[in-house]
Design a protein around this ligand. Structure first.
Ligand SMILES: Nc1ncnc2c1ncn2[C@@H]1O[C@H](COP(=O)(O)OP(=O)(O)OP(=O)(O)O)[C@@H](O)[C@H]1O
Ligand SMILES: [Mg+2]
Length: 232
């Protein structure tokens, strides 16, 4: 995936400003930055539901939003996007039918929801409902998985399991773009994109970020980076 001078507006307001980045296939990229900086807007642009104002964006070698990309990308929105009055299995079957996929049961198993497969989503816990959304995004074995804050509200154990699973997907060649507020999660990514007010401050490996800022934690590193930017 590659962006060059990418600008995106929502309404009259310019949200994404002049983004340039490249994301290699099979890498896990963390998208970090304060609330309102444009993480969701960037994800929406990548999956093709947000119009590009100017600049270029190539996703899996194609134009975002092209019909050929539909079954190759999995997108989990920030809010739970599955049908609450359907069971996990019914939701997954529905999304599988949309993309002509047959791996629904595998998707349910891979997120650990087999024991709850026939439970309605509105009878699941928040974390379980989030995993139901993920299962729906996994049908069709997408090459690119875009996850908007998938670990919000998860307990440490479930979060750990989810990260282990996401890493196993990347090992199989899936590219992952994962947004988070939790800076420590950045340490699990191959690289992190740090955004602020619609701009990309840095696209860097976690180790490099710590080294460059001389900090021990990702939180402190991000704050140090912002101070550097403000001083410059
Ligand atoms: N539908 C919309 N119309 C106009 N502006 C919008 C719309 N949705 C979001 N915005 C604006 O776009 C900016 C970026 O929003 P976005 O949702 O991309 O941020 P974010 O980084 O995902 O934030 P959060 O971490 O809170 O999810 C914000 O300033 C927001 O006010
Ligand atoms: Mg968001």
């Amino acid at each position: 995936m590659a962006a060059d001078r990418l600008c995106v507006s929502r309404g009259k307001k310019q949200i994404l400003r002049d983004l340039r980045f490249e994301i290699p296939t099979g890498s896990v990229v963390g998208l970090l930055g304060p609330s309102g900086c444009g993480k969701t807007t960037l994800m929406r642009t990548i999956v093709g539901v947000q119009r590009i104002g100017s600049g270029d964006l190539t996703v899996l070698g194609d134009r975002p939003g092209s019909s050929a990309l539909r079954s190759r990308i999995g997108y989990v929105t920030q809010a739970v996007s599955v049908y609450r009055d359907l069971t996990v299995r019914q939701n997954v079957a529905y999304f599988a039918a949309l993309v002509g996929a047959h791996n629904g049961e595998e998707a349910i198993t891979s997120v650990g929801l087999q024991p709850y497969a026939d439970q309605r989503v509105d009878q699941l816990s928040g974390g379980q409902a989030g995993r139901a959304s993920l299962a729906c995004a996994l049908v069709g074995n997408p090459e690119l998985l875009v996850l908007d804050e998938p670990t919000v509200g998860l307990d440490p154990l479930t979060r750990e399991d989810l990260w282990t699973y996401l890493r196993s997907l990347a090992d199989r060649g899936v590219t992952l773009l994962i947004s988070s507020h939790v800076m420590d999660e950045a340490a699990r990514c191959d690289s992190v994109m740090l955004m602020r007010e619609g701009r990309l401050l840095q696209h860097i490996t976690p180790d490099e970020l710590l080294k460059q800022t001389g900090q021990d934690s990702m939180d402190d590193a991000f704050l140090a980076l912002i101070r550097q930017e403000e001083a410059a």
